[in-house]
Structures are given as C-alpha cells and as structure tokens.
Design a protein around this ligand. Sequence first.
Ligand code: TRP
Length: 339
Amino acid sequence: MAARKISLTGVKPSGTPHIGNYLGAIKPAIDLSDEFDAYYFLADYHALNTMRDAAAFKHAVYDLAATWLACGLDPQKVVFYRQSDVPEIFELTWIISTVTPKGLLNRAHAYKAAVDVNESAGNLPDDGVTMGLYNYPVLMAADILIADANFVPVGQDQRQHIEITRDIAVSFNAIFGETLVPPDALIRDEVATITGLDGRKMSKSYGNVLPLMADSKELRKAVMKIVTDSRAPEEPKDPDADNVYSIYKHFATPERLAEVRDLYLNGGLAYGKIKQELFETLDVRFADARARYNNLMADPTQIDAILADGAERMHITAQRVLTKVRAAIGKTTYAVGAR
Ligand code: TRP
C-alpha cells in the first residue's frame, strides 16, 4: 500500500469557538483524519500576536483543545499538539527566514491591511506593526514544513499563506537541494461561509455567533436573536434569504429540511417556531460534546496529558525533518557526551 499523504492544520486560540468554526473547520478536519496521516495543532504562539493577557491566553488554549476533543477529534488517530511544545518549529522558522525575501512578506495580506489602515489614518506605515505580525507567514510556513505536510486544509483566507509556504520551500530547495516538501492548500469552498445571527459571515469580530459549547439557556438566547424579516406565518418566504434557514440547513435531516422548505415557500412557517426547532436540534446534537467539554475543562490536566502525548509524537516527526534540514545547510553538531 502506498504511504498515506500527510495533512496538517493549525487553529489559533482566540475567542470561544462557535458553530461557524465547527462547520467550517472542526468537522471537516475531523472527517479528513480518516483519509490522511493528520497533524492538528493549537497555534498558540501565533495567537500571542493579539493576546496579551496570561489568564485569557491560558483559558483560550484549553478552551480550543477541549472543544476539538469534545467534537470528536481522536488523539490516538491524529497527532494533536500545542505549537509551543515543539521547539523544532522555531529553529526551522529562523533557518527558512534566511531564504525568505522581505518583499514576499511585504505583500502578505495581513501586513498590507495594517499598512493600509495606517495610511488612511495618516500614521506612519508600520505604526503598531510588530515583527510577530510581519513574520507570521514564516512561522506558519515552519509549522507546515516541519511535518513534510502534503496538504493543508484551511479556509479561503489562508490561501496566500500556503502559497508563501510553497515559495519558501522552493527557494530553500533551490539553494540547498531537495529537502522541504512544498504543500498544497485544501480549500473547503462548500462550507466557506456560515451566516451569523445578522446574516453576515459568522465571526467573533462581528459578535454574531452561535456559541458551540454554551449551555442550553445561552444557546437558546442566541438562536432567538437571529434576525428575520417581519413576515406573518401565513405569508410565503424565501428560505434562501432567511438567516434561520441558512443555519438550520446544516443540521436538519434531509427529510425535515424538505418539509421546512415547503413551509417557507408556501406559507405556514412562523419564525418563532423554526427558531425553537433549530435551538432544540442544536441542543440535542451537541449535548454529548458539551458534556465531554465540561468534563475536560473541569480538570484541564487531562488536556495537558493528551497534548503532552501529542507533542512527544510530533517531536519524532519534527526531529526527522529538522535533521534533514540541518544536514542540507551543513550544520555540524557535537556528539552528546563529547565535552
Ligand atoms: N493562520 C491560521 C489561521 O489564522 C492558523 C495557522 C497557523 C495554520 N499555522 C498554521 C493553519 C499552519 C494551517 C497550517 O487560521
């Protein structure tokens, strides 16, 4: 049997994970782990760019790990680790930064966006730009290259980062010989955008999210806030223009969805009722996951143990790749015990 291809993806701890994260990233990634040798990690040092509160940082990392585990990520099947536990990544970051043209990073979207904001505000172009923000794509390239990953499942917004990773790998190989594996992005178009409570993309920054691991009361409150028009139950409605339908369609059974669609089109659907139905469906769907999540969060040493095991397995892969890179650049080293 041919060796399985390697897939790798990182998730940044930032806010409490929501239903959009679940449909757009968590579920597709867990599904992919059947097909590939999968590496999933918490990109905690990436998050340092924006998180400057130790307690909030710590909570966000556990929260994210517990959510993925609760949603069905199997740490026996995939290598699940914290980026900061794998020092090889940071050594590789330096090595590849020496072959990365500065101009490549000048063109990175996040950096360019920061410069644009400064320029329209009349500030100096690099005002408030840290080296962490600027070098973000190099660290991300090292995350990927350290595992010889072939495929990187990401959202559309990360496409440029994968292209930068390829460019860096190709430059390195041109100088030092075939060493690093240029990866391909695996973009999930079909689930690219999940609409939020107000019809815009569900996003923490818009404050329009349905929380994933919240208790029933909080979940119900959020569902009831979904914005609808003011049409009476008997009036026909366009399901594809409605925010409740656009979320419910991801969770209803095909049979029920067909019935609901019919009610929208032909009259007979009350928004209050369909919201209640959506709430109940989500509440049941995530009940077990929520229980697992609460259990992990109640004693995060369980999470630490799982991540420690993942880091140890990752270390083996990372050492293998880094050894190859060190040999390619001609780094010599002392033998242990030689002093
Ligand atoms: N930049 C990614 C995001 O914001 C997170 C990330 C960091 C990542 N390193 C990665 C994703 C490596 C894929 C592979 O979503």
